[in-house]
Design a protein around this ligand. Sequence first.
Ligand SMILES: [Mn+2]
Length: 304
Amino acid sequence: MLKKISLIGVPTDVGAGHRGSSMGPEALRVAGITQMLERMGLEVHDMGNLHGPANPFTKPVDGYRHLEQVIEWNQLAHDAIYAELKRGHMPIMLGGDHCLGAGSISAVARHCREQNKELRIIWLDAHTDFNTAEITPSGNMHGMPVACLFGHGPKALVEMSGHVPTLEAKNIYQIGIRSVDEGEKHFIHEAGIRVFDMRYIDEVGMRHTMEKALEGLNDNIHLHVSFDVDFLDPEIAPGVGTTVRGGPNYREAQLCMEMIADTGRMASLDIVELNPALDVRNLTANIAVELVESLFGKNTLVRP
Ligand SMILES: [Mn+2]
């Protein structure tokens, strides 16, 4: 694992239906993300927040809400994350809503292409985020980043990584899924994406699920984790805009993170959709920071 971490705050909610995830980066800092990472022995560079357009809070146009602002924020995130990867730091994006996954992963994919590395994304989320302008029920672009990365969406986002499509089915595993829109369901199936939904996790357990998602990792794979906080059950993580009941509980989420840490291969991370306006005394930010601590290898015992 890389020793130098760069925190990049991307304070926007232009892709979301509810306002508030723009306050996510500061809530994570207040919850002590920097101090936690330093305690883990890492060198932390807090790059501060990016500055982009305000949220106009207007209605969707042709199936996209705030398209212009979403593109601008994604380009900013892409450029900042790419610059950190280029100088050998491990970027952690503090979102921001999940529309930023398009820009962030475009940067990671660009870097991997240049380094001749394979990319594997672990997408932790209640939703598949595979909507397009044609099938979206809301126009909210935080439901579209995966589709963009697969080549379906506005040109500026689809082409951001410099290679279309940015991802193929073999590059991504989605975990914790429990809310898929009708049009999305068929589209995901056609694309051949491996989705480990909550039923799968219920049936075989988190351990087996993560073994599958992490199998075959080697030196040449860059592991990126896209952690949408709505992955978690709303009982433990109420501070998100799109809560869906029946998510992983605290122990299951911990196991998921610990198993990713065990691989020692995580090379970039996004934390998105934390919404302090909907949170209770920063509880969800605190839980997110605890889980990220496990993601960086916090163990209860010394393990072989
Ligand atoms: Mn999401």
